[in-house]
Design a protein around this ligand. Structure first.
Ligand code: PAF
Length: 287
């Protein structure tokens, strides 16, 4: 595996890989876990060469968020990627991505504004801008993201459609189902912030969500199921519930009841000082 951290080196390395066949990009912020490795395996299965980017993107962190403390472990991540047979690691410094005078932001209206966008203003502008840049830098045939960040995936697909991106096309933005721990907790780089007591309690989140999915699919009114879900989280030791919503899987418009289109149950909740997010498909035609 080659590691590059400057754009001219990236372009040379990508030019060498491209003739081999389809090129896949897996964008990450590092601190890799099994969820990321599942993305890499999906990328490998669908392409001839895999590029992974590791970049802790400052523009997607709010002023009171964890940019300074976000886990950085490039040497360890690099070993994991090498073992997966990744071809190229793109690990640029901040000034290579945001040179002096950088002044452009991509803002995907509507879909970015609810759910996590409501409590993390500017977060999805930062994500959309850096992902568009990564797409332009690597020009992959396909890109692979985790469904764990469902709203992020929806925002990136919307951006790709709206901007007529071709490398990759919106249809070549692949979502991979969330990888879960044995007790159901979605794998996340931020799970390491949990104390052992909070980590044990955190399993209430997927359990209560699974129960809400069954209730809604069984005909319970959505409002009742969501109220019970929030109550279960509070009773289980969560300090706050940022949101618990049923939404259209693509547009993320809130839904008061299941319809014909694929839907998603999405939750963000705080435990200790950590904010956890999760989502699950729901309905006869779950996404
Ligand atoms: O999901 C992430 O790790 C990040 O939001 C991404 C897509 C790499 C953009 O910084």
């Amino acid at each position: 595996m080659q590691t590059v951290n400057r754009l001219p080196q990236l372009r040379e390395a990508v030019d060498r890989l491209r003739p081999k066949g389809p090129l896949a990009l897996v964008p990450t912020m590092g601190a890799l876990h099994e969820g990321h490795l599942a993305l890499v395996r999906e990328a490998k299965a669908r392409s001839a060469s895999v590029v992974v980017s590791i970049f802790v993107n400052p523009t997607q962190f709010g002023p009171n968020e964890d940019l300074a403390t976000y886990p950085r472990q490039l040497a360890e991540d690099s070993h994991l990627l090498e073992a997966e047979g990744v071809d190229l690691l793109w690990a640029p410094p901040v000034e290579e991505v945001y040179p002096k005078g950088f002044a452009t932001t991509i803002s995907v209206r509507g879909i970015s504004e609810g759910l996590c966008g409501a409590s993390r203003p500017g977060h999805f502008d930062g994500v959309a801008t850096v992902v568009c840049k990564l797409f332009n830098q690597v020009r992959p045939d396909l890109a692979v993201f985790g469904e764990k960040d469902w709203q992020q995936l929806a925002v990136i697909r919307r951006m790709a459609r709206d901007l007529d991106l071709t490398q990759p096309h919106a249809e070549a933005i692949i979502g991979v189902p969330t990888v879960r721990e044995a007790d159901g907790l979605a794998q996340s780089s931020r799970n390491r912030y949990l104390s052992s007591e909070d980590r044990r309690r955190a399993a209430v989140l997927p359990q209560a969500m699974g129960e809400a999915v069954r209730q809604i699919e069984g005909g319970e009114p959505v409002s009742t199921a969501l109220r019970m879900l929030k109550q279960a989280l509070t009773n289980g030791g969560f300090a706050s519930v940022d949101y618990a919503e049923l939404a259209d899987a693509e547009s993320l418009a809130p839904l008061g009841q299941l319809g014909e289109r694929p839907a998603r149950l999405l939750v963000a909740a705080g435990i200790g000082r950590t904010r956890l997010i999760d989502n699950m498909p729901i309905g006869p035609r779950g996404a």
